[in-house]
Design a protein around this ligand. Structure first.
Ligand code: NAD
Length: 288
C-alpha cells in the first residue's frame, strides 16, 4: 500500500476540541452556552442511534442539547409548531430535524420551516442559495467535513482538477460548490456520465459520493491523487465505502478509510455550525 491514510477520527477530534474551546469563550462573553435542538419523530432505531450520538457530542463540547422526540404519528402541524417554537427560542441556536421522517410527513417541507440562521444542517433552500451565491451562511456538514479533510492533507485545491462522483443535494452538489469556492476546477459526474473511469482519472482530487459499494477501483484513479470516500455501506463482510480501498490505496497518494474517514466529520461540523450560528445570533442581537 502506498497511499497515506487520512485519519478522519483524528481530524474530527481536533475540530471538536476547537469547538469546545470556542464554546468556553462564547460562554465567557455571553453568560450562556450555545444550544442545539434535535427533533426525532418516531422511534426508528438507526435514527435513535444517530440522534443519541449528536446529543452526546453536544454534551462533550459543552453545547446545551434540547432533545425533542415527538411520537411517530405526530401531524405536520404539530412538527411545524415545534419548529416555530424553536425558531423563536433564544436558547436554541441550531435546529436539526432527523431525516427520514415517517412517510405521512413531508421532510423537505418541514426542513424549509427552519430559520436559516439556525439551519445547522445547511439543508434549507435558503442555505443552499447562499452557498451557490458564495454568500455567508451555514454550509452542509458532510461536505464541509470533506473540505476539512482535504485541507488536513495539505493538498493544493487552487487550480487543482477535482472530480466529484455524485450530484445529490446532500453531498455531491455542495461538495462541488465548496471546491469551486476554493478555486478548484470541478467536474461533476453522475449515473449517466460516459466513461466514468476516464473522467475520474483526470482528477488530482477525487470525491466519491455515489452510494454504490466499491464502485471506484484502481483504474479510476490517477497515481498520487487524493481520494475522499463519502460512501457508507453495511455489507455482510463489514462496513465499506464507494471506493475499493484495497486496490485504490495502491495508486492514490492519500485516501480516507471507511469507517474512520468522512463519517466522524459530520457530527464535528454540526457542532462547529452550532457555535457559528450562536456567534451570528449574538452579533445580530448587538445590532438590534
Ligand atoms: P444519493 O443516492 O442521493 O446520490 C447518489 C449520486 O450518485 C446521484 O447523484 C447519482 O447520480 C450518482 N450515482 C449513482 N450511481 C452512480 C454510478 N454508478 N456512477 C456514477 N454516479 C452514480 O446519495 P447521497 O445521499 O449523496 O450519499 C452518497 C453516499 O454517501 C451514500 O453511500 C451515503 O450513505 C453516504 N453518506 C455518508 C455520510 C457520512 O459519512 N456522514 C453522509 C451522507 C451520505
Amino acid at each position: 500500500m502506498s497511499a497515506r491514510i487520512i485519519d478522519g477520527k483524528a481530524v474530527a477530534a481536533r475540530v471538536r476540541a476547537e469547538v469546545a474551546e470556542g464554546v468556553k469563550a462564547f460562554e465567557a462573553e455571553h453568560g450562556r452556552v450555545p444550544g442545539l435542538a434535535t427533533i426525532l419523530v418516531g422511534e426508528d432505531p438507526a435514527s435513535q442511534v444517530y440522534v443519541g450520538g449528536k446529543q452526546k457530542a453536544c454534551a462533550e463540547a459543552g453545547i446545551a442539547g434540547f432533545d425533542h422526540r415527538p411520537p411517530g404519528d405526530a401531524s405536520h402541524e404539530q412538527i411545524a409548531a415545534l419548529i416555530g417554537e424553536l425558531n423563536d427560542d433564544a436558547a436554541v441556536n441550531g435546529i436539526l430535524l432527523q431525516l427520514p421522517v415517517p412517510d405521512h410527513l413531508d421532510g423537505p417541507a418541514l426542513v424549509e420551516l427552519i430559520d436559516p440562521g439556525k439551519d445547522v444542517d445547511g439543508l434549507t433552500s435558503r442555505s443552499a442559495g447562499r452557498l451557490i451565491q458564495g454568500a455567508p451562511g451555514l454550509r452542509p456538514c458532510t461536505p464541509s467535513g470533506v473540505i476539512e479533510l482535504l485541507d488536513d492533507t495539505g493538498v493544493e485545491l487552487e487550480g487543482a482538477q477535482a472530480v466529484v462522483i455524485g450530484r445529490s443535494m446532500l453531498v455531491g452538489k455542495p461538495v462541488a460548490l465548496l471546491l469551486q469556492e476554493r478555486n478548484a476546477t470541478v467536474t461533476m459526474c453522475h449515473s449517466r456520465t460516459r466513461d466514468l473511469p476516464a473522467v475520474a482519472r483526470s482528477a488530482d482530487v477525487l470525491v466519491v459520493a455515489a452510494g454504490v459499494p466499491r464502485l471506484v477501483t484502481a483504474d479510476y484513479v490517477k497515481p498520487g491523487a487524493t481520494v475522499i470516500d463519502v460512501g457508507m455501506h453495511r455489507l455482510e463482510d463489514g462496513l465499506c465505502g464507494d471506493v475499493d480501498f484495497g486496490s485504490v490505496a495502491e495508486v492514490a497518494g492519500a485516501i480516507t478509510p471507511v469507517p474512520g474517514g468522512v463519517g466522524p466529520m459530520t457530527i464535528a461540523f454540526l457542532l462547529r455550525n452550532t457555535l457559528a450560528a450562536a456567534h451570528a445570533a449574538g452579533a445580530l442581537a448587538r445590532q438590534n
